[in-house]
Design a protein around this ligand. Sequence first.
Ligand code: DHB
Length: 369
Amino acid sequence: MRGIDTVIIEKRSRDYVLSRIRAGVLERGLVDLMREAGVSERMDREGLIHEGFDIAFSDRCHHVDLAGLTGGATVMVYGQTEVTRDLFDARDAMNGIIIDEAEEVLPQQVDSDRPYVSFRKGGKTHRVDCQFIAGCDGYHGVSRTVIPSAVRQIYEKTYPIGWLGVLSDTPPVSEELIYVHHPRGFALCSLRSATRSRYYIQCDSSAQLETWSDNRFWEELKRRLPESAAASLVTGPSIEKSIAPLRSMVVEPIRYGRLFLAGDAAHIVPPTGAKGLNLAASDIGFLSQALVRFFTEADESALTDYSAKALRRIWKAERFSWWMTRLLHQLPAADSFDQRIQKAELEYLFSSRAALVSLAENYVGLALE
Ligand code: DHB
C-alpha cells in the first residue's frame, strides 16, 4: 500500500472466512472507500443501489425514502462476504502477504518503538517485527486485552435476544428491505440479489439452532410479516442458518502505543441497521490515512488523533444501532409503559419529517468528518 509494507496475520483459513455470512448494507462512505482503493469493480457491477426501505408495524409497511430525505443519498446492498472476497482477490493481485491459520497470535512490546507480533504456525513460533500493529481480530481477539486494564475502559450492554438468520436461493419478498416490528418479535427481510434472500427473526438468546427447522423458520417469519408480504413470500431450503447474539460494546482508548484497534476488536453494535462492517471500514479509512501521513510527511498528528476521531463516529453509530434495536424488538424486560412508548415512537417517526430525516441520515451513514 503506497510503498508501505504490510503483513496480514489471520487465525482462520480463507475458506472459513469466505463461508461466513454477515450483513449486506454498505453506507456511501464505504462505497467511496472501496472505489478509492480500486476494489469496487464487482460491487459496482453486482451491488444493488437502494433508495429506501420499509418499516412494518400494525400490519402495514411504512416507507423510509432515504434519497428524498437526505438529498439523494443511497446505500448499496452487497454482502460483506463479497467485500471480503474482493479484498482477498486484490491482496493476491498485489502479491500481498497473508499468513493464515496462525495460532496464538499476540501483539508484543506495543508501548515500545519496536513492537512485534508473535504467532505459532506449523508447530513453530514465529515473529513479525514492525512499526505499527492494527488489531483487527474481532470481539473474541486478544488485541484489546493487550491494552493494560488500568488504561482501558470497556462500555458494554447485552440484549437478551438473538437473530436467527436464513439465506436462501429464493426471490426476495420485496425489492427493498423490510424491518418488521411485531408482537411476536422483530423480523427483517433482506436480500443479496434478485434470486437470493436473507431473512432474520428475533429469537431467544438461549435458542438452539437444531430446534429451528427450515419449516419452523418460514412459518414464524410469515406470522410476523404484514399480510400482503406473507402471502407473496417464496420459501425454499436454507443454504445457511445461524444465530447471532445482540450486543453493544466500546473500548476506550482504541490506541495504545503502537497498537491501533479497529472493527469488532474495538466495538460491537447490535445488527439492526447493519453498522458493523461500515464502522470497521471507517476505522480503517482513518487509520490508513494516518499511516500514509506518517510515512510520507513524517507527520504523527493523525496517528495521535486516531482514537478520539474514530471514537466520535463509533459512539454515534452505537447510539443509532442501540436506538433502532430498541425501537423494533420485543425486549423481555420491557413493561407495559415501555411498550406504549415504543408504539408512540414508531407513530411519531412516520408523522414527522424531522424524525425521518434523523433516521435516514444515520442509516445512509454519518459524515466521516
Ligand atoms: C442485513 C443485516 C442487517 O443487520 C440489516 O440491518 C440489514 C440487512 C442483511 O444481512 O442483509
